[in-house]
Write a protein that binds this ligand. Structure first.
Ligand SMILES: [Zn+2]
Length: 158
């Protein structure tokens, strides 16, 4: 089983995330069907969070980082995509578009935001951290904003 996974140190965390996503999805549906108003609200919140975790796992599958073999990543990605609404966007299409996104555009992942944050004043790092704790993707906005400066005109970069 250890050889099934790509990274040995990720086995427990990947299984925990996968278990939470699947169980959260089933339990959320069960709560909604129970039809008590509090159950419906809790069920909706649980499904939303479980599908968020599922979306992160789909992203990992697209990059082939969960299992050692691409075929296994694709199978899990397809199952999670089905759980998340594959009738709207099948996994194969999601994977193709996502990998093209990385290949055809400047890959924001290759941008070294850590170096920018380390060079920034401490109040800025604290603000970025506070926004991230509030689930506002401040580092993502930073990366996208500076990425355009980096590509178009370096004189506009801070
Ligand atoms: Zn990606």
């Amino acid at each position: 089983m250890i050889d099934l996974f790509r990274y040995r140190d990720g086995i427990v965390l990947h299984l925990a995330a996968l278990g939470y996503a699947v169980l959260g999805w089933f339990c959320g549906i069960t709560l909604i069907v129970a039809a008590s108003p509090i159950g419906v609200i809790c069920g909706i919140l649980l499904i939303a969070h479980a599908l968020t975790i599922s979306a992160y796992l789909i992203h990992e599958c697209e990059h082939g980082t969960i299992f050692a073999r691409a075929r296994d990543n694709d199978r899990l990605g397809a199952a999670l995509a089905w759980m998340s609404g594959a009738c709207v966007a099948p996994y194969a299409g999601l994977k193709e578009k996502h990998l093209r996104h990385h290949a055809d555009r400047l890959d924001v992942v290759s941008f070294d935001y850590r170096a920018v944050l380390h060079a920034a004043p401490s109040w800025f790092r604290t603000a970025e951290l506070a926004l991230e704790y509030a689930y506002i993707p401040a580092v993502e906005y930073l990366m996208r904003g500076l990425r355009h400066c980096q590509v178009d005109d370096t004189s506009r970069c801070p």
